[in-house]
Design a protein around this ligand. Structure first.
Ligand SMILES: [Zn+2]
Length: 406
């Protein structure tokens, strides 16, 4: 089971409806808690869920407003209360004779209610409120509208709604598709007044993946974004460089505008748009690249690059932020999350990443003469094999990665 959380935006009427449900939940919980506490004092034992459930029907007859609340919310409340008591009794060692004696000695009044783990009364003063609705007869359903593409690279479906019992269609920020089958939905109001829904889902299908049985190492770089040990290379698209002139121009325009002026606002808007455009195309590139990689390879070994450290080198800084290694790693990590795929991250300080003194991937000879990064190919003086600098590095990364998981 997994929960998928989304923000929801109930309108005024729906908010009133939800508040009634919060209130009904508190009312029912407190009502039965009080009954159970009385029974406990008289050593009558706690009411079972079934017993409480049948008493709830009578309670609703007395308090007709409870019908405004979705039925399953109140049933789930009774289940929760029943469970809370079970937990309390499971931890019953806590209220042994000793605890009671200790309480008497310290002069505190002893009550079961004050014991740790005892169910507590729910207060309307608590800014956090939540209810849980169970799915029956499609009473909970996401109503999807057109899909649009978004700055963070994910699908965003706009104008989506979620159908909920008693309060009908509520606007939902449907940022990603839930998976499997909905069992229940928990609606909560957080302390900041925002509403969220968590869809509890079961039977989440394992994503089908075709295995290729290919293992590779990937060397991430500045000129070439990724060099793969099988000889393939992914060039760096350099969106930043292409748009750099435009960015500089827009930045100048902004600095020339008077503070607080209309023109300044316009200039800032233009600059932001340009930044956003670069950001979007870069993320698009990273998404496509990582998807291609996980389709082609089963084991991928990469270096644990630390872009911040590398960015100390001024002349590399722009290209590196451009290449967005860390974003690449994040995307790859989450896309490789499959039982039959594996991402191996090796330590950055393995010799293969010492670009200035690479090891030969064939015989492990360390070439100390290769300090100049402009030299792209070299022949190993020890074994005579010819190397492309980046492919050699990616092969070393692969070897080290496989060593790590063997
Ligand atoms: Zn060699």
């Amino acid at each position: 089971m997994r929960g998928f959380v989304y923000r929801i935006y109930p309108n005024k009427k729906q908010e009133v409806g939800l508040n009634i449900m919060f209130q009904a939940k508190r009312f029912v919980w407190n009502h039965f808690l009080e009954i159970n506490m009385g029974r406990f004092e008289e050593k009558l034992g706690i009411l079972s869920y079934n017993k409480m459930s049948s008493l709830l029907t009578e309670l609703k007859q007395l308090h007709k407003w409870l019908y405004k609340c979705e039925k399953s919310v109140l049933q789930n409340t009774l289940k929760d209360l029943s469970e809370a008591y079970t937990h309390f009794f499971e931890g019953s060692m806590k209220y042994s004779e000793k605890t009671i004696e200790h309480a008497k000695k310290t002069g505190k009044e002893f009550t079961f209610y004050n014991l740790e783990g005892h169910p507590k009364f729910k207060s309307y003063k608590n800014p956090y409120q939540s209810v849980q609705m169970s799915l029956t007869n499609n009473n909970i359903e996401v109503i999807e509208k057109e899909a649009t593409y978004t700055p963070s690279g994910k699908y965003k479906k706009q104008n989506c709604k979620i159908k909920l019992p008693k309060i009908k269609n509520v606007k939902i920020a449907y940022s990603r598709q839930y998976e499997g089958r909905i069992l229940s939905a928990a609606v909560s109001r957080e302390s900041d007044g925002k509403f969220y829904i968590s869809l509890c889902c079961a039977d989440i299908p394992e994503k089908a993946v075709e295995l290729t049985h290919v293992k590779v190492g990937i060397d991430l770089g500045i000129k070439v974004f990724a060099t793969i040990s099988d000889g393939k290379a992914i060039p760096n698209p350099k969106y930043y460089e292409v748009n750099q002139k435009k960015l500089v121009k827009l930045q100048k325009q902004l600095s020339h505008c008077k503070k607080g002026s209309n023109n300044r606002n316009k200039a800032r808007l233009k600059l932001n748009k340009c930044h956003k455009k670069i950001y979007n195309s870069r993320l698009d590139f990273l998404h496509k690249t990582t998807t291609d990689l996980i389709r082609a390879y089963d084991i991928i070994c990469i270096e644990n690059l630390k872009p911040k450290e590398m960015q100390k080198e001024k002349y590399l800084a722009k290209s590196i932020s451009d290449a967005s290694f860390s974003e690449f790693k994040t995307l790859l990590t989450y896309k490789m999350e499959h039982p039959k795929k594996q991402l191996v991250v090796i330590d950055q300080y393995y010799p293969s990443s010492q670009k200035y003194r690479p090891n030969c991937c064939n015989c492990d000879y360390q070439n100390k003469m290769l300090k100049d990064l402009k030299i792209r190919t070299w022949t190993c003086p020890s074994c005579g094999v010819e190397h492309d600098r980046d492919i050699n590095a990616s092969k070393n990364i692969l070897r080290e990665g496989l060593k790590q998981i063997s």
